[in-house]
Write a protein that binds this ligand. Structure first.
Ligand SMILES: C[S@@+](CC[C@H](N)C(=O)[O-])C[C@H]1O[C@@H](n2cnc3c(N)ncnc32)[C@H](O)[C@@H]1O
Length: 254
């Protein structure tokens, strides 16, 4: 193995790995405001701390921060002293869908994803499996067009997993959240009591708001659960479990 060679030998210490919480940056980026002054200000503050800790390489384990525009902003703030590596694979449905398929052979799976890089990764992974289809695009806008033709051909949608959706914290962005009154209204026209929705998140505020909307819908048969269903976890879930973050879970049906 090649010996560790820091760029600046004066700063050199023993090779070590440090962890920094960067939740606020993830939240701002997921709001779509990574090019704002506020994001840059907080990123500079966060990165200064990392520079002071004499780090050489920064591993960002989040798909949103790895988006082209955001990644470019972060690398620019880091300058040449810190090399950024974006581990965007951390957050795909790859392992989740694969594990389900292995546990429930013969079932059909639809994986919906909006980010181009992740779609390519999922498509590649499942290219030879006819029972796993990866659908490219905004799930919120397209899902009825996708589900209806399947139902017309006799498919019964048994389970819908909404795993760690983007939280959209700002009130003016709540309409972008996946589970909304509008979504549940359209869902009520398409799904009967045979369909169960699984909703999981590490964001309490999102969970509470979603619960309220679900309670006021026809999908008000709600059960809270504590651990991953069938022991199958998602990438994001595993990352949050490693951080000891709480995870909020419910399933609901008509
Ligand atoms: C926090 S990650 C969770 C990923 C995965 N479900 C997991 O639990 O590991 C949120 C994912 O939702 C995707 N996403 C966000 N909005 C979407 C939309 N409107 N349609 C489809 N996918 C979307 C993001 O690209 C991202 O991969």
């Amino acid at each position: 193995m090649e010996k560790y060679q820091p760029k600046d030998t004066k700063r050199a210490g023993k090779l070590s790995i440090k962890g920094f919480s960067h939740q606020i940056l993830v939240e701002l980026a997921s709001e779509g405001i990574a090019d704002s002054v506020e994001f840059r200000r907080l990123a500079r503050k966060f990165i200064r701390e990392i520079k002071n800790a004499n780090c050489d390489i920064l591993l960002w384990n989040d798909v949103i921060l790895g988006e082209k525009k955001t990644a470019k902003i972060l690398q620019k703030i880091c300058g040449s002293q810190l090399k950024c590596v974006f581990m965007t694979e951390i957050c795909t449905n790859k392992v989740f869908v694969k594990n389900f398929e292995e546990k429930f052979p013969g079932k059909n799976f639809l994986a919906l994803e909006i980010r181009e890089k992740l779609i390519q990764m999922l498509e590649k992974k499942f290219s030879e499996q006819e029972n796993i289809q990866v659908l490219n695009g905004d799930a919120g806008k397209n899902w009825t067009n996708i589900i209806k033709p399947c139902q017309e051909q006799g498919a019964i949608i048994e389970n819908v997993f909404i795993n760690f959706p983007d939280p959209w914290f700002k009130v003016k962005h709540h309409k972008r959240r996946f589970v909304s009154e509008g979504f549940l209204q359209s869902a009520s026209e398409i799904f009967d009591e045979k369909t169960t929705f699984y909703f999981q998140t590490d964001q309490k505020e999102l969970f509470d708001d979603t619960l309220e909307i679900v309670q006021n819908s026809v999908f008000n048969k709600i059960t809270f659960f504590e651990n991953s269903q069938w022991g199958i976890t998602t990438d994001w879930e595993e990352a949050k479990m490693r951080e000891n973050a709480p995870i909020f879970r419910m399933k609901f049906s008509k």
